[in-house]
Design a protein around this ligand. Structure first.
Ligand code: GDP
Length: 202
């Protein structure tokens, strides 16, 4: 499964403004700095496609990228910016939640979780909200190439991944699918592409 072509289509602020051609889409969301741009660029193998910026304000929109003329990757605003005004944060919540609940062509939300650190409260909240609202979700663990040294008290990515899944188990009828990735080594890239192909063909 090789992506040959991906192009930016549009930025939307409301669900109603998103593309209306009915093509299936996958939405990527995660805490700021989780490695979303690196992952997007690893998937499409094109540098700077995501054009994301660390600054809140640049990434407030729902960004649609059309892949191979037949489906979309959607870049959603990151959450958990310490520096964003509370007002703005609430706003992102409102419109991303509206998108999750009302976007009929959304096949699965790819929730990005940093596997190099222990589970964060905000990520657990996000995952449980998706579970409680029965929004289809895939857990995408990022930075799986990062190896913490035991003697420093850090845990291996595999341990963080298992713990995260354990902590959200009660919010899901069936455990969500999950994939371990790295934007550095391209680990998980083919698995993600295969997963998306399978979901599209349901
Ligand atoms: P975004 O804010 O979610 O778009 O995150 P970025 O893709 O910009 O990455 C944030 C930081 O994490 C940068 O310093 C990246 O170099 C680093 N990073 C991103 N992905 C990986 C990864 O897979 N492995 C490692 N070791 N570092 C990563």
């Amino acid at each position: 499964a090789q992506i040959v072509q991906a192009e930016f289509i549009k930025s939307s602020v409301r669900t109603e403004d998103c593309p209306s051609d009915g093509l299936p889409e996958f939405a990527l969301v995660g805490r700021s700095n989780v490695g979303k741009s690196s992952l997007l660029n690893s998937i499409v193998r094109r540098k700077k496609l995501a054009l994301t910026s660390k600054k809140p304000g640049k990434t407030q929109c729902i960004n649609h990228f059309k892949v191979n003329d037949s489906w979309y990757l959607v870049d959603l605003p990151g959450y958990g910016y310490a520096s964003a005004p509370q007002e703005l944060r609430t706003d992102w919540n409102k419109f991303t939640k509206d998108y999750f609940l009302n976007r009929s062509t959304l096949v699965s939300v790819f929730l990005l979780i940093d596997a190099s650190i222990p589970a964060k409260k905000i990520d657990l909240e996000y995952a449980s909200w998706l579970g409680q609202n029965q929004v289809p979700m895939t857990l995408i663990f990022t930075k799986c190439d990062k190896r913490k040294k035991k003697k420093n008290g850090g845990k291996r990515p595999e341990e963080n991944v298992n713990e995260f899944q354990e902590l959200i188990r009660d919010f899901f009828e069936t455990a969500p699918p999950w994939i371990m990735t790295s934007g550095v080594t391209n680990q998980g890239r083919d698995e993600m592409l295969l997963h998306m192909a399978q979901l599209r063909n349901y």
